[in-house]
Write a protein that binds this ligand. Structure first.
Ligand code: C2E
Ligand code: CA
Ligand code: CA
Length: 753
């Protein structure tokens, strides 16, 4: 190569490189290469052509001086053996030099069109990219048969390479353009997504700088988004907030897993509660892939929190006084018990019940009652320390839970006394409401919570019992739970349970004790006396269970059983002999039966059993008349009108025995056993007085507890109507009583014979 050729080659190369570097359009770069090469060849019969390879086909790249028709004809040819110089070169990945198109077999399929365009020679070289792939062909055509010179070959080498550079640059630019397009599309998707997401997505770097912020509701941000981006959170948040967020960030980075947590922030919208989720993002910034970032999703859960609070409020607080309710108390008490059991501390439970509050409530109405309860609650609260709990667990019942600092029981007991005293003291002033003044006092029962504690229910029950003790002592005072008292109460409770199950099993039956007329010796009636036929303990007498049954209300069911069995006995007697048809059976009535609808109940039951009411005598005691005499008498009249008969039991042991007698619809007096007992010892003065009184009032008189013949003789001599006692017969089962009655009829008729 001579000096001028070399210089012009170098100059052309430089200009081509410049063009490639500065120009974005591939075709004009390739055109520049082509025209440069053509002018360097300097013949006027040489034409340069650059084709581009895409998926096995060659497409027009640059050929500024080749005929348009030729270019169009070969555009898109498939590469392969015999596909002309270029198709074959690209296929072989090696230069193909065809000196005469007219005779070369590689041109068989294309020579007509080439020759028609005055093209006779074609030297083609594959253009390779830096990775060695074929990306196109670089060819020089000649208008006459020709073999390339060294100069030609130098040009081909140099410009084939530059064509490769130009094509590769373009492909790269293409790839970047596509990437950008894809990126735009996906960031569009992200933005669309974020615009509907209620959450904020914040991107932090490791130092706490806001890198990006996305979100639909930007009022959840601390400040304007553009202001925040690029700032460090230290510049925007308070120190404590920064610390807690930084802790989460550190944890996220360390664990490299999603962290979930709640936090409260004052943002543009106001005070909000957020649920944050943080995760590490790797490679967030392409220019510094080694840097880690934090994705911080913030969800505004303020409303949910408020709902939760409201639910919590409803579930754990008393709406009237806004004090904790029973549920909350039980929950805290349970925790206290667990701590006490593990000997970490002791506590005390104060059961507070307002004295006579029910009366205020009933007489003044619930509105006043409610208002007073609120005032009471406000007075009780200040008696307590921060760590104590006061709950309203029902009507006028408040419970205070004192939590000790340690396990010293003495200190706690002292504390319980002091607090109880303060609670009582706080109530001492009158309550003013709508211009009226009310006095309300409180009775307090205290149960200590220590390592022996069993259950929350047990503690509440014990404190409740202690509270009743302090009420019994007059109210407005406190009492500690008493274990001795407790064991009695426990026994009674056990007994109550036993009675209940025995009732179901039908273990309660009445025995019957005959009553005879001393003059005729005839059977005139009987008294039904209940027995508990206990499978384990045998026959149990009523004194052991009647008082408890009366207190617990079980007496009603017991009484029903007695009545049913008695009616059954009456039916048996009637069936056994017509002479037994006028026997009347006495049943004992308890005081509290008169509080209920005794008349209707008894009349209903007897009607159901199809028994004449006159066959039943109801034994009541004087003491029943002591309270609410008017009410009792009214009910007695109703029953009397229905045909029942009444007997005054244990007569003589009550107080104003004589004064009221004439006002009562009674038929009979039963002289108490204690007076009958006296006959043999101290004489019969009292018995005689009762007898003459009763006889003057035309009442039937029965003596009970007749045990000796001398008692019988004395009473018979005074014309008493009937005798009942062991002397005649012990109480016996219904079956035995029917037998006994029939036998007495027979002996009676024997006597008469
Ligand atoms: P009460 O009504 O005064 O019954 C008479 C008690 O004296 C009965 O005792 C009877 O067994 C007993 N008795 C009878 N004759 C003699 C005797 O000659 N000597 C002695 N020492 N005692 C005699 P019981 O059956 O133990 O009943 C005790 C009390 O239980 C009854 O006293 C009555 O108040 C009550 N009671 C019995 N059954 C019922 C009932 O069905 N309902 C109610 N509410 N109370 C009942
Ligand atoms: Ca009786
Ligand atoms: Ca009696």
């Amino acid at each position: 190569m001579d000096q001028t050729n070399l210089e012009s080659l170098l100059q052309a190369q430089r200009s081509v490189i410049e063009k490639i570097a500065l120009c974005d359009d591939l075709h004009s770069s390739l055109d520049h290469i082509s025209t440069s090469v053509e002018s360097l060849i300097h013949s006027g019969k040489a034409y340069c052509s650059i084709l581009l390879l895409r998926e096995g086909q060659l497409f027009h790249g640059a050929s500024p001086n080749l005929a348009q028709s030729y270019c169009e004809a070969i555009d898109g040819i498939a590469i392969g053996e015999g596909a002309g110089s270029c198709g074959t070169a690209a296929f072989r990945k090696a230069p193909v030099i065809v000196s005469d198109i007219a005779v070369d077999p590689l041109w068989n399929d294309f020579k007509d069109i080439a020759l028609a365009n005055d093209l006779r020679a074609c030297w083609s070289t594959p253009v390779l990219c830096s990775e060695g792939r074929v990306v196109g062909t670089f060819a020089i055509y000649y208008a006459e048969p020709m073999t390339p010179s060294d100069w030609h070959l130098d040009l081909i080498t140099a410009f084939t390479h530059l064509s490769g550079v130009a094509i590769e640059k373009d492909q790269m630019a293409c790839r970047v353009r596509n990437l950008v397009r894809e990126l735009n599309a996906s960031s569009g998707k992200l933005e669309a997504l974020v615009s509907v997401l209620p959450d904020l997505a914040l991107i932090f770097d490791e130092e706490g700088y806001y890198v990006d912020i996305f979100g639909a509701d930007l009022s959840l941000l601390l400040a304007d988004r553009d202001y925040m981006i690029g700032k460090n959170m230290r510049e925007i948040l308070y120190t404590e907030e920064v610390e807690s967020i930084q802790r989460v960030i550190n944890k996220t980075l360390l664990a490299d897993e999603v962290q979930v947590f709640e936090y409260t922030l004052k943002v543009l919208k106001g005070q909000r509660v957020f649920e944050g989720r943080s995760a590490v993002i790797h490679n967030y910034q392409a220019d510094s892939p080694e840097k880690k970032h934090i994705l911080w999703m913030a969800r505004d859960i303020t409303n949910r929190k408020e709902d939760e609070l409201r639910i919590q409020q409803l579930a754990f607080f008393d709406p009237l006084t806004e004090l904790p309710n029973r549920r909350m108390l039980l929950r805290d008490l349970q925790t206290a018990i667990e701590k006490a059991q593990s000997r970490k501390m002791v506590g005390a439970l104060l059961y507070c019940d307002l004295d006579k509050f029910k009366r205020i409530n009933d007489s003044l109405g619930h509105d006043i009652g409610d208002a007073l309860l609120r005032k009471v609650a406000n007075r009780l609260k200040p008696a307590l320390r921060e760590q104590d709990l006061i709950a309203r667990i029902g009507g006028d019942e408040f419970v205070v839970l004192l939590i000790g600092q340690n396990d010293n029981l003495d200190t706690m007991e002292h504390e319980a006394k002091v607090v109880s005293g303060r609670l009582i003291e706080n109530m001492s002033d009158t309550f003013r409401l709508n211009g009226d003044e009310y006095r309300i006092s409180v009775s307090i029962g205290i149960c200590m919570i220590d390592k022996q504690c069993q259950s929350a229910e047990e503690i509440l029950r014990r404190a409740d019992i202690a509270m009743y003790q302090s009420k019994k002592k007059g109210g407005s005072q406190y009492a500690f739970h008493n274990p001795v008292l407790q064991s009695i109460i426990d026994q009674r409770l056990a007994m109550e349970r036993e009675i209940t199950t025995s009732l179901v099993r039908g273990e309660f039956v009445p025995y019957f004790q005959p009553q005879i007329c001393p003059a005729s010796g005839r059977l005139v009636g009987a008294e039904a006396l209940i027995r508990w036929n206990n499978p384990k303990k045998g026959i149990i007498r009523p004194d052991h269970f009647i008082p408890l049954a009366e207190q617990s209300g079980l007496i009603f069911e017991l009484q029903e059983q007695v009545l049913r069995h008695t009616c059954e006995l009456i039916r048996h007697l009637d069936a056994a002999s017509p002479e037994l048809k006028d026997l009347s059976i006495a049943i004992n009535i308890s005081a509290n039966q008169f509080h209920g609808d005794i008349a209707q109940t008894l009349i209903g039951m007897v009607d159901q059993e199809q028994i004449e009411t006159s066959r039943l005598k109801l034994e009541i005691t004087e003491s029943m008349l002591m309270n609410d005499m008017d009410e009792v008498v009214e009910k007695m009249h109703a029953m009397k009108a229905a045909g029942f008969r009444f007997s005054i039991d244990d007569f003589g042991t009550g107080y104003s025995s004589l004064a009221y007698l004439h006002t009562l619809p009674i038929d009979e007096l039963k002289i108490d056993r204690s007076f009958i007992d006296q006959i043999d010892v101290e004489g019969s003065a009292i018995v005689d007085t009762i007898l003459s009184l009763a006889q003057s009032m035309n009442l039937v008189v029965v003596a009970e507890g007749v045990e000796t013949a001398s008692q019988q003789a004395h009473l018979a001599a005074r014309n008493i109507d009937a005798l009942q006692g062991y002397l005649i017969a012990h109480p016996m089962s219904a079956e035995d009583f029917v037998k006994w009655s029939l036998e007495s009829l027979h002996s009676q008729s024997d006597v008469q014979k």
